[in-house]
Design a protein around this ligand. Structure first.
Ligand SMILES: O=C(O)CCC(=O)C(=O)O
Ligand SMILES: [Fe+2]
Length: 284
């Protein structure tokens, strides 16, 4: 029996009692809707081969290889191996791999002209403690903006790059580090729900249209302060066999980055784009 259960007050939903390998379109429809309604969805107890995971992921859109080539699966470029090769040849911890996603709240793929619709992870190994992933609602962030900011930012675009203002690009190959900013509206209307969200990523934004110098720094700091609203968060504690998908058009996330480094936290990860944007993907 399929059960769909809310996990947090505004975001987060859990699905149990399904095997995504055998889900037909009628079975998938309420699951997709639950994801749209709750932004972040956990499907428990899955036993998947890599192709099963890819096949299920394609139900949400177009699965594209992530720009970090160093962490791609050697034979299946659409799969990123999170948490693999965590130690350098000299035995020290590779912080870029260990702390991946833990530098701050963010949305994935804002550096592309067509950003990621969704990111989906499948848990293969979970440490005895730590390693949670935290989520928050962009809708709640927008709703909580002072009227002054809602009006000022309406129709305003921001420039984004992979490394942002701090140019953090450790996971990219040298030849892939030359990013030109792409531009997205900061107040973004979700194409499927019609709801407005604060589309913002302090680690990737490089400019806000019409705002210069110290004023831009102040505005970025102010928006960063509005991202996470009490009551609009969900903290995921992983179990092996969990699939978690988040909607990058209406949620932020970050990794806790706190598990014992000698233990494993390993996921398969896919980046998913909107099929309707396929024609524009060549621009990325
Ligand atoms: O590993 C996690 O908890 C999340 C990492 C992350 O930010 C991502 O996969 O996009
Ligand atoms: Fe991320």
């Amino acid at each position: 029996m399929v059960e769909i259960r809310r996990m947090g007050p505004q975001i987060g939903v859990e699905v149990t009692g399904v095997d995504v390998k055998t889900l037909d379109d009628a079975g998938f429809a309420p699951i997709y809707q639950a994801w749209l309604d709750h932004n972040v969805m956990v499907v428990r107890d899955q036993e998947l081969a890599m192709q099963d995971f890819l096949h299920y992921s394609r139900r949400f859109g177009l699965v594209v290889p992530h720009p970090s080539k160093s962490t791609r699966h050697p034979d299946v470029p659409e799969i990123t191996m999170l948490g693999i090769n965590k130690f350098n040849p000299d035995g020290t911890l590779n912080q870029a791999i260990y702390r991946r996603g833990a530098e701050g709240w963010h949305t994935d793929g804002a550096y592309d002209a067509v950003p990621f619709k969704a990111t989906q992870l499948y848990a293969l190994a979970i440490p005895s403690t730590g390693g949670d992933t935290l989520f928050a609602s962009m809708y709640a962030a927008y709703d909580a903006l002072p009227e002054r900011l809602k009006q000022r930012l309406d129709g305003c675009v921001g420039g984004f790059t992979y490394g942002g203002r701090r140019s953090r690009q450790e996971l990219l190959n040298e030849e892939d580090r030359d990013w030109k900013p792409v531009f997205h509206p900061i107040i973004r209307t979700h194409p499927e729900t019609g709801r407005k969200g604060l589309y913002f990523d302090p680690g990737k934004i490089v400019s806000i249209e019409g705002v210069e110098g110290a004023e831009a720094d102040d505005l970025i700091a102010e928006l960063t302060g509005h991202m996470i609203q009490p009551g609009a968060e969900y903290r995921h504690k992983w179990r092996v066999g969990d699939i978690v998908i988040w909607d990058n058009r209406c949620s932020y996330h970050r990794a806790a980055g706190d598990y014992p480094p000698e233990e494993d936290l390993i996921h398969w990860r896919v980046s998913i784009k909107d099929r309707a944007m396929e024609g524009r993907l060549a621009a990325d």
